[in-house]
Structure formats: structure tokens, C-alpha cells
Design a protein around this ligand. Structure first.
Ligand SMILES: [Ca+2]
Length: 221
């Protein structure tokens, strides 16, 4: 096994930030986090690791997310493996910041029900940067909005299987497997060595959308 290394090391130097994305320090804890959107309307942010990952091999990544505001908000965030590069940035609102990032596989954490969505609290695997077409969706048993949660995404390069686990960040919370799909990351990204990271967006409703404690455990590309 290879070592797991944190991407958000405090300095943010291994990250490329676009749109409204910024490294901020949460005042209550002093913790550094990636703020994808900052509570305004029609905001779009993305954050990518500048270190590429071999998408033909297995990797594991985990992160915590806190999507919050003082009232019901939108639209959510997505984790992507993509082949465009560290400046990739997609569409706002229901596009979750990845609409139009064509060479990609997205795992969305969607907090607002658009017409093509099953609910306002779902996960989905999406191919080709088109959030109107889900390869697979899953209802989440914990709220994605208003409370922080932990997500773990495993990719089995040998069997081309993507598994997504979610866990609440409260005492005795248990990790649950939410999605288990066959998907060829390198094929959809259009490259062998791709970029991992996050997108997030707001529309007519707003949200603060923060990602922190992000680690990637992968062989070097
Ligand atoms: Ca949505």
C-alpha cells in the first residue's frame, strides 16, 4: 500500500482554485477549508489537486463537507475525476459547477431537486458533465444540507468499480455504502492521468459549501 496524503495541507499550495472557490479558515476551529461557494447567488467554484492521478489504477479519497446557510439552500457539490486540467469550471445552479466539463465522471451531492433529479437530497454518478442524465442515483439517509458529513470514494481500477460511502459526523454514526457502479474513469476522462477535485454552485438559492480534511491515497501518476 501507498501512503495516504492530505491535499489540503493548510497552505493550499497543491490546489488550483477557480471561480468563487477560496481557502478560508473557520473562525470557531481554526481549521482550513475549501469554500466552493460563499453564500451568494449564481456562484460557481472549483478546486483541483495539481497532482495528477493514474485513473487506470485503484485509489481512495475521503473528505468532509459542510453545506450550510441560515435557511434551505442549494445547489450542492460534486467530486470529479476529469481530463481537462486544473482550470476546469462548469455551469451554475443545477449544473453544480461541473455542467459542461465533458471529459469527466462526477459524483454529485445534490441538495436541490431540479426537474431531472429524484429528490433534493441525493447522490449520483454522472458521466460527461451532463447533470440532467444520471448513470445512477441514491437517496441518502442523512441530510446533505445543514450538517457536516464524511464521504469516502473508492475506485477499483482492476474491476473499474466506483464505490461511494457516506457517514454522518455525529457520535456512533456508521459509514454506509451508497453507490457501487461499474465505470471506466480513464475512458470518460479521456486521459490516463487525470485531475481530482470538487465543484460547487448556487443559483436562485444560496449556500456556503465547504470541503475539508481531503485526502487522496493513490499511486503517483
Ligand atoms: Ca439538483
Amino acid at each position: 500500500m501507498h501512503e495516504s496524503h492530505p491535499i489540503t495541507d493548510g497552505s493550499g499550495k497543491h490546489l488550483e482554485l477557480n471561480g468563487t472557490a477560496a481557502m478560508i479558515t473557520r473562525s470557531s476551529t481554526g481549521k482550513r477549508l475549501i469554500q466552493l461557494t460563499a453564500g451568494g447567488y449564481k456562484q460557481i467554484g472549483s478546486a483541483w489537486s495539481t497532482e495528477r492521478v493514474d485513473l487506470n489504477r485503484s485509489f481512495t479519497t475521503s473528505f468532509k463537507a459542510f453545506l450550510h446557510h441560515d435557511r434551505p439552500g442549494a445547489d450542492g457539490i460534486a467530486f470529479l475525476a476529469q481530463g481537462h486540467g486544473p482550470r476546469a469550471l462548469g455551469g451554475w445552479g443545477g449544473g453544480l459547477g461541473y455542467r459542461g466539463i465533458r471529459h469527466s465522471v462526477a459524483v454529485e451531492f445534490d441538495t436541490y431537486q431540479n426537474s431531472t433529479d429524484p429528490s433534493g437530497n441525493h447522490l449520483a454518478v454522472v458521466l460527461g458533465g451532463n447533470p440532467d442524465r444520471h448513470l445512477k442515483t441514491a437517496e441518502v439517509s442523512i441530510p446533505l444540507y445543514g450538517k457536516p458529513f464524511l464521504a469516502r470514494i473508492d475506485y477499483d481500477g482492476g474491476h473499474q468499480r466506483l464505490r461511494v460511502y457516506v457517514q454522518g459526523l455525529y457520535k456512533h454514526a456508521r459509514e454506509k455504502l451508497m453507490l457501487d457502479e461499474k465505470v471506466d474513469l480513464a475512458r470518460w476522462a479521456g486521459v490516463s492521468d487525470g485531475w481530482l477535485g470538487f465543484t460547487g454552485a448556487t443559483g436562485d438559492r444560496v449556500s456556503h459549501q465547504d470541503v475539508y480534511d481531503w485526502t487522496v491515497d493513490a499511486p503517483p501518476a
